[in-house]
Design a protein around this ligand. Structure first.
Ligand SMILES: [Mg+2]
Length: 155
């Protein structure tokens, strides 16, 4: 290919900042974030919002403090098409590994330990307040309904 060749512009340059703002992955805690507890239905809007992100090319990764088989079964039960499912003892290590492997992301969780793990992995943290939890100081944001998230995050 000659030095003077220029690739056709497929994306208007004005769109690039928005496209670059998409994270590589969204990691979600499970109990208290996607469902109230194992065996319970997904919170309203959760599956639709996660599926919407997935269609934009964002990897959906469940990171739950659970036995791998337990969380795997429950994710399948609710019908979420997650790209990765991690049932772990140590969320912090799992989030650091994801961040190193996949790049930019964020974590959605409901527990102070979730926030600490996100901080350790240098991931933005958005707090699920679906059971009426008060705001954690320092969090990047919070939501009382999954359907608030696309506007809150901008994607
Ligand atoms: Mg939780």
């Amino acid at each position: 290919m000659g030095a003077g060749y220029s690739y056709p512009r497929l994306v208007p340059s004005v769109m690039l900042p928005f496209m670059q703002a998409l994270p590589a992955f969204v990691a979600v805690d499970w109990n208290g974030t996607v469902v109230s507890f194992f065996g319970e239905p997904a919170y309203s809007g959760a599956l639709e919002v996660l599926e919407g992100w997935s269609q934009k090319g964002i990897l959906i990764c469940v990171v739950s403090h659970a036995y791998p088989s337990t969380i795997q079964r429950d994710v399948e039960r609710v019908g979420l098409n997650a790209h990765e499912i991690h049932g772990v003892e140590d969320k912090e290590a799992a989030l650091i590994e994801l961040r190193l492997r996949q790049g930019t992301g964020l974590y959605l969780g409901d527990h102070p330990a979730d926030y600490r793990a996100a901080l350790a992995a240098e991931l933005p943290f958005y707090q699920s307040c679906l059971e009426g939890q008060g705001a954690f100081p320092g969090r990047d944001g919070g939501f009382n309904d999954w359907r608030e998230l696309p506007d809150l995050l901008g994607y």
